[in-house]
Design a protein around this ligand. Structure first.
Ligand code: NAG
Ligand code: NAG
Ligand code: NAG
Ligand code: NAG
Length: 379
């Protein structure tokens, strides 16, 4: 029943509630009475007693699901001003050294025996367990797994856990059911929070290196962006032949000359976390495109760059450590488009040319995706 309340609070379109909520409840009731079937070939649910021996050779490389628990750094309380920091930042600092968490939902076959080399664009979408409606909208719109212009587009949602105890269990159950039905969720056993987004990013890079290193390009983004994935494929395919996925590529909405926010809001980064007042250039985390080469470099760098709570700035730090630079693309507007006054903000013509734009409700996503594909659309 708590799903119901959650959705009501979020005021999603009533018809969505009417359609989605009963289905969910039925699914949950059903699964609580029926044990899950054995994992299919495409989706593997990992539990401690269900490990490796009969995993196919292509995926048996490393165990991503068995990490010893990582403990709070107790000496952190002694750093100057620690007790005056908001609890979430105290937690960040105390767990900053933890870069491994067990994988609870894996997709060992996502990239098949080719390690992903047949995947042209892998969509990597940050999504919290409770964002079920957003995932559904994306599965049916821009993140649909398909071939465009001869190039395969595949999708994974990356997630931690939400809530505690019973709520956490139920949310994990939701993710499990979704994974069984769609085969598109990677979930690690760490607590979802804004300040843990960097951790999620790093855990994904580790998974990628192990399970899918040959996928050519990645879109890394939030679950509330509108990404014109057809345009992205065409952009990556280039005018005169495809860009080289074994070369550096990191494009998005470029942020330069910024630094840590020192006011105590959501983005607050105290000097205890970073003393320097500047960040290297980075791309806004709403969405950016990168090549497999750059993803690999970022993972290598992340081993020695201390985690930073702002995930997109952290990517910039890892790039800088490797001597690489992010770049901008005019079609990426994670802050939302700046439209001239008196223009309908949902006019599909504004989206024909873009690669991605931030902040959409699931129902808007459906309409927009349909409209940009309307052959009669005249701009
Ligand atoms: C913090 O500092 C105090 C005084 O120096 C010391 O007694 C205590 O053991 C320290 N605590 C930790 C967890 O390091
Ligand atoms: C724990 O925190 C102390 C104080 O900030 C630091 O010197 C030490 O390196 C940290 N330990 C780990 C494992 O990160
Ligand atoms: C990040 O996740 C870990 C593991 O669940 C948790 O202990 C820690 O408090 C979280 N950090 C923040 C800042 O929420
Ligand atoms: C593509 O190739 C043509 C002909 O060689 C050249 O004139 C053009 O500048 C190239 N375009 C790009 C974007 O490289």
């Amino acid at each position: 029943m708590f799903f119901f309340c959650k959705m009501r609070m979020k005021r999603i379109g009533t018809y969505l509630i009417l359609i989605v909520a009963p289905c969910l409840i039925v699914i949950l009731l059903w699964t609580s009475q029926h044990p899950p079937p054995p994992p299919s070939n495409d989706v593997q649910l990992l539990t401690q007693d269900q490990l490796s021996p009969n995993m196919p050779p292509a995926v048996s490389r490393r165990s991503l699901h068995l990490w010893p628990p990582c403990h709070r750094n107790r000496s952190m309380v002694n750093i100057t001003g620690f007790s005056d920091l908001p609890v979430r930042l105290q937690n960040f600092l105390s767990y900053r050294h933890c870069k491994h968490f067990p994988l609870i939902l894996d997709l060992p076959h996502k990239c098949g025996v080719t390690d992903g080399s047949d995947i042209f664009l892998l969509l990597v979408i940050k999504s919290q367990p409770e964002n079920y409606e957003r995932r559904q909208a994306l599965r049916a719109t821009w993140a649909e797994e398909r071939k465009h212009n001869g190039a395969w587009i595949r999708r994974v949602f990356i997630s931690g856990t939400s809530g505690a105890n019973l709520q956490k269990q139920r949310m994990n159950q939701l993710m499990e059911v979704e994974n069984r039905n769609y085969g598109d969720i990677l979930q690690w056993d760490f607590e979802e929070s804004f300040l843990n987004l960097t951790l999620k990013q790093v855990l994904f890079l580790e998974w990628l290196e192990d399970r899918c290193p040959r996928a050519h390009f990645l879109l890394n983004g939030d679950d509330d962006i509108f990404a014109h994935t057809d345009n992205m494929v065409e952009y990556l395919q280039g005018v005169n032949g495809s860009l080289d996925s074994d070369e550096h590529l990191f494009v998005g909405s470029l942020m330069e000359g910024t630094g840590p926010v020192r006011e105590p809001n959501k983005y607050f980064v105290p000097v205890q976390v970073q003393e320097s007042d500047t960040y290297p250039a980075y791309c806004s985390g709403g969405g950016y495109l990168l090549s497999r080469h750059t993803a690999k470099v970022l993972f290598e760098m992340s081993k020695s760059v201390a985690l930073h709570p702002i995930d997109d700035a952290y990517m910039g730090m890892c790039l800088a450590r490797a001597g690489l630079k992010p770049s901008s693309h005019v079609g990426v507007n994670p802050g939302g488009l700046r439209l001239p006054p008196k223009v309908d903000p949902y006019d599909p013509c504004f989206f024909k040319e873009v690669l991605m734009v931030h902040r959409f409700q699931p129902h808007q996503m459906f309409v927009l995706w349909d409209q940009v594909h309307d052959p009669r659309l005249k701009c």
